[in-house]
Write a protein that binds this ligand. Sequence first.
Ligand code: FAD
Ligand code: DHB
Length: 390
Amino acid sequence: MSRTQVGIVGAGPAGLTLGHLLHREGIESVILEARSRDYVEARLRAGVLEHDVAELFDRAGVGARMRREGLVHTGVELQSGPERHRLAFDELTGKTIVVYGQTEVVKDLIAARLESGRPLRFGVSDVSLHDLDGDRPAIRYAHEGDEHELACDVVAGCDGFHGVSRASIPTGVLQEFRREYPYGWLGILAAVAPSHDELIYARGERGFALLSMRSPELSRLYLQCAPDEDLGAWSDDRIWAELQERLGVDGWTLHEGPILEKGVTPMRSFVVEPMQWGRLFLAGDAAHIVPPTGAKGLNLAIRDVHVLADALVAWYRDGDHAPLDGYSETCLRRVWRAEHFSWWMTTMLHRDPEGDPFDVRLQQSQLRHLRTSTAAATALAENYVGVERA
Ligand code: FAD
Ligand code: DHB
């Protein structure tokens, strides 16, 4: 049996950031990850960091490469049919966003962890959580053919939507909130310079499309599709033709290039309350999911563990357990703000296959309001760059 202060399940953005913030405060942790390092570093997902999340990485000493290679954007374009309208985040809120891939965030955090010398075990299996309602919880797991038991003061469940942590809480404790959507995203990474210097969110008769990027040489694009879309039916030519239809406007060219990766992402909204039980604290996708429109998922995960790290510092340093007791309540305020924003962006911009012309008129009216009202534009911008006080 080994011992640590904080047992962290999952080495995604939440688990790795938590381990790093705790290390900076002299608090021990062990991070256990089911997958290999290569797999975790290559998992293509989100790409937008809120202003304050980027600053948190700076303060935590893991922002150097993000500042060198990340792309600072001062606004985004909203497109409705053939019309584009720019929202200037810097003018509306004084804040900006940083376009920097989740793969890069994860690589930077793994490098910082290895440098710290603190334990990070990849390829663990049979993870189970025990005695979470006592004051000496434990994690059992297998690693490189051996069985282990890790005694902890607290366990952080950072193991994503399909992890074991949430499922270890007895039935009846958690209240679940969910919403499914009748569409998903087909996403590609393409070896071609981005055709625009900012993100374009486009709503149209053929469905939603998004132009994003990863670097001056790499484009990331998404198309609304069915939630169970068969990727086999999408040749590279068909993907580009559909993107041309949905994003095209007069006087602008969408440049095409080799597609390096493609995948389908289902969409859901999901929250559990509370986000803690006994000595187990859930963070990130283990506790909540947002549909990707608006890019909140990764940012919420980082915000959760920031709250958790501060609460653990107050507990270890000052014996003050009020912040830990209030962890769930503090996080859920921001979580529900992001849930609403993501649901709203999603329903405003996607074509509902079961919708009717009434729905379309509501979407058009909402988009017009964003073009004509500074108050409406500011509300979107504030949510996008990250609300200060949720
Ligand atoms: P995760 O990144 O899921 O990390 C959890 C980790 O726990 C994983 O490494 C997993 O392997 C590990 N794990 C799971 N079970 C166990 C176990 N039993 N034992 C040990 N380890 C375990 N957000 C956006 O903002 N924009 C996007 O475009 C976007 N695209 C996405 C595409 C996909 C396919 C998915 C699934 C999510 C996407 N998201 C996006 C959401 C965003 O990526 C997540 O919100 C973010 O990864 C959450 O980080 P996390 O650390 O909480 O969870
Ligand atoms: C990206 C993903 C999003 O969900 C979004 O709203 C904007 C950008 C991206 O992967 O680049």
